[in-house]
Design a protein around this ligand. Sequence first.
Ligand SMILES: [Zn+2]
Length: 85
Amino acid sequence: MAGCVTGKRMYPSKEVAEDALIDAWTRYDYRQGNGPVAVYQCEDCGQFHLTSTGEMNQRLRKSLEDGTIKLQKEANRWSDKFNRR
Ligand SMILES: [Zn+2]
């Protein structure tokens, strides 16, 4: 499939994009105001991209509030240690 003119990574559905959004938050230490916060459907390619502007995605907000992301981040830290090549 051809890339998008935005140069952004493409996700085939909103759900997949949200998974990627939340996954990104478990892998990087984003601070308020930097990092992706939402997903949107692109007018050019019709697929979904992450964006760092706009209102925070509901699923992301919930995962941050209930501690899911913090837990997953810890888990990733450990699996990185064991899986490093
Ligand atoms: Zn696009």
